[in-house]
Design a protein around this ligand. Structure first.
Ligand code: PMP
Length: 414
């Protein structure tokens, strides 16, 4: 990926923030190479959540007493942090959700049910995570819209030359795509897709779950209409994510979840709804988790997204180089310049689950499976891959251990 020169990460200092690195697995230090699935949490995030629970906790937006005001301020400060992180025009454009999955469901249901109909097309990609695939497929079938995909080439990159042909098949109303593929690491050209989507009169929905932890996100520069992200992928707690949306689109949408907090007034005859963003936050939210999400954004922002990106890029180049020395390992995906810190591969003749099992005996955690991208697996002609993924605490020695571990896999099962 194109990155500017940045100061290298001080991984030794950063690793001291992560208690999990003290864990031994099979008597060996843990090489955690599954950050694309979920990241580990630094002490700073855990300390902030503990202190919030101990000194600031109450339900939000309700009490008039001071503790409730403090809790609300902590929660709303986290919203401002997320808004700044994605360069939203205003904090009210940020809705806290349970996850990136819920954020994408919110758009598919609340926007899609009202705005899609027979003859319209929803366009996703062959790379898509199920979270940005299944909700659109479902809502398209409910509304009678067509559900089409942008195909990929053999390197796992979008075949943009197919766009014009796809546009001839009927009005495209939604283009929904990930910024970074969780299976291959492919970085998609969102600016270009967003400009094209708008030319078609479509909205552009971006799944940034896999991108936000690793590169600067600017919703205004991307030119998108909605963007989903997740806390647990960027050193924050699970159970919370966010949807950013253009205020005018969010204003026009019906609510997604209904209940307390999201109302203005409730009567036996009629209920009216709250203003943004509360209209989309029914019930008690994940309060301390939102605060932890904000603390995680502060943590990675202080380190610097460009430095994190460069670090992962260097590790990816190293890992791809070392893995390509093994002629019985097949690598999937584009060159390192056009991918994030994710390396998916196949060990000839050995099922990925067996690969991951033997690596676990060596204290190496990798992911084996379809990675919630079954249509992509079908395109690659495999049922599963083994995936190593990196984050700011990953180091080259862990890549070396992965390669040594793969030699053991080959010796035992090859
Ligand atoms: N999209 C992508 C690209 C992902 O990698 C993931 C998580 N695996 C999701 C969406 C879902 O995110 P969450 O776990 O927050 O629902």
């Amino acid at each position: 990926m194109a990155v500017s020169a940045t100061r290298p990460l001080d991984t030794a200092a950063l690793r001291a923030d992560f208690a999990f690195l003290e864990e031994l697995v099979s008597g060996k230090p843990l090489a955690y190479l599954d950050s694309a699935s979920s990241t580990q949490k630094p002490r700073q995030v855990l300390d902030r959540m503990r202190s919030f629970y101990e000194h600031e906790y109450a339900n939000v937006h309700r009490g008039v007493y001071r503790l409730a005001e403090r809790a609300t301020e902590g929660y709303e400060a986290a919203r401002r942090t997320v808004a700044g992180f994605v360069n939203a025009r205003a904090p009210r454009e940020v809705v806290f959700t349970r996850s990136a999955t819920e954020a994408l469901n919110l758009v598919a249901y609340a926007w899609g049910l009202e705005n899609l109909g027979p003859g319209d097309t929803v366009l996703i990609t062959e790379l898509e995570h199920h979270a940005n695939f299944v909700p659109w497929q479902f809502i398209a079938s409910k509304t009678g819209a067509s559900f089409r995909h942008i195909p990929i080439d053999d390197l796992g990159e979008l075949r943009l030359e197919t766009l014009d042909e796809l546009a001839q098949e009927g009005p495209i109303k939604v283009v929904a795509t990930g910024l970074v593929s969780n299976s291959l690491g492919t970085i998609n050209p969102i600016e270009r897709l967003a400009a094209w989507a708008h030319e078609q009169g479509a909205i552009m929905v971006v799944d940034a779950a896999q991108a936000a932890p690793h590169r600067t996100i600017d919703v205004q520069a991307l030119g998108c209409d909605f963007l989903a992200l997740s806390s647990h992928k960027l050193c924050g707690p699970s159970g919370v994510g966010a949807l950013w949306g253009r205020a005018e689109l969010l204003e026009a949408m019906q609510p997604f979840n209904l209940g307390g907090e999201m109302i203005r007034s409730v009567g036996l005859e009629k209920t009216t709804f709250n203003e943004l963003p509360y209209k989309f936050e029914a019930g008690t939210p994940a309060i301390a988790e939102a605060v932890g999400f904000g603390a995680a954004i502060d943590y990675i922002s202080e380190i610097g997204l460009p430095a994190i990106e460069q670090h992962e890029h260097d590790l990816t180049v190293y890992a791809m180089g070392r893995l390509s020395e093994l002629d019985w390992v097949r690598l999937f995906g584009p060159p390192a310049e056009r991918r994030a810190g994710i390396v998916s591969f196949d060990v000839e003749g050995i099922h990925p689950h067996d690969v991951a099992q033997i690596l676990d005996w060596e204290g190496i955690a990798v992911r084996a499976g379809h990675h919630c991208t079954q249509p992509l697996m079908a395109r690659l002609g495999v049922s599963a891959t083994t995936r190593a993924s990196f984050y700011l605490y990953s180091i080259p020695e862990e890549v070396d251990r992965l390669v040594d571990g793969l030699h053991k896999v080959k010796k035992n099962l090859g």
